[in-house]
Design a protein around this ligand. Structure first.
Ligand SMILES: [Zn+2]
Length: 290
């Protein structure tokens, strides 16, 4: 009882809100905001395809999430990746519905900052709590829906895209958070990210739904454009560093616009998310590949 009260209090302090939207084709979208997402100008989204849940939102919105799904039948929870803004309610929902939680490569559950969350991640998303995860196979079959699993590493080692072949909708989590090359987390690999974008484009989806509210019809061109932009920016980063430029100078050359927003993102995320990380990752993983 005390736990429930505290989580409601936490939700209130985060000023969390949820909007539920019927997208057609048996797909429901759940759009979450908190004070932090409003400051940074994005949302955290999760989806229901028939009785399959794609992601679960962040922990501090848990009472709202449980309430929004109150009258839904859920037979499995499918995570696009294991970051806590998408798996924050997996444990609570699995317990309520007595259903499995599927993660691609669950052996990485404690990686990418999740073993010891930086304070900004606790502040932004709340305390996610543990959940037992089963490894995803090549498809997840519900009672009335089915999702194909497409490995899509880059943003996270556990990342997949989930493809619903009847409506040709692909759920891409954080594979596509912005057009073009953009700020990344310290653990990301831009080369794998570009390969994953091409793999998803090859499915020829009719609709792409992301983990942060982006909804694109006929997304193939957008996916390929982002892959090309990442590859170009990574190659240029390596070249400039080889020529003796400092990483911060390279960032200014590759990303001439939006420096203030990048600075704010970097400060708010204790340096975990930035364009400087993109340049560093391009050099680091470029060397891995050669
Ligand atoms: Zn993520």
């Amino acid at each position: 009882m005390l736990k429930g009260f505290l989580s409601r209090l936490n939700a209130a302090s985060q000023q969390a809100s949820i909007k539920v939207e019927d997208l057609g084709d048996g797909i429901m979208a759940y759009r979450l905001h908190s004070r932090w997402t409003r400051i940074l100008g994005f949302e955290v989204s999760f989806y229901r395809v028939g009785d399959l849940l794609v992601d679960t939102g962040f922990a501090s919105a848990r009472p709202l999430v449980l309430q929004a799904l109150e009258n839904s039948a859920i037979s499995a929870i499918c995570c696009t990746h294991h970051h806590e803004d998408h798996t924050g309610n997996a444990g609570a929902l699995a317990e309520r519905y007595g259903c499995p939680v599927f993660v691609y490569r669950p052996e990485h559950l404690d990686s990418e900052g999740l073993a010891r969350l930086l304070s900004y991640r606790r502040l932004f998303w709340g305390k996610p709590g543990k959940f037992g995860a089963q490894a995803m196979g090549s498809r997840i079959v519900g009672r009335d829906s089915e999702l194909e699993v497409i490995p899509a590493p880059g943003h996270s080692q556990t990342h997949v895209a989930l493809f619903e072949s009847v409506s040709r909708t692909v759920f891409v989590g954080d594979l596509y958070v912005a057009p073009g090359a953009s700020a990344v987390m310290t653990h990301e690999n831009p080369y794998l990210l570009a390969d994953s974008l091409r793999r998803v484009a090859a499915l020829e989806p009719r609709r792409m739904l992301t983990g942060h509210g982006i909804d694109v019809r006929n997304p193939v061109d957008r996916l390929l454009a982002k892959a090309r932009s990442i590859e170009r920016a990574a190659a240029r980063s390596c070249r400039l560093i080889d020529e003796g430029e400092r990483p911060r100078t390279v960032v200014r050359k590759i990303f001439p616009k939006g420096r203030q927003k990048d600075w704010m993102l970097k400060v708010l995320t204790q340096g975990e998310f930035s364009r400087l990380n993109f340049v560093r990752a391009a050099v680091k993983h470029g060397k891995d590949e050669n």
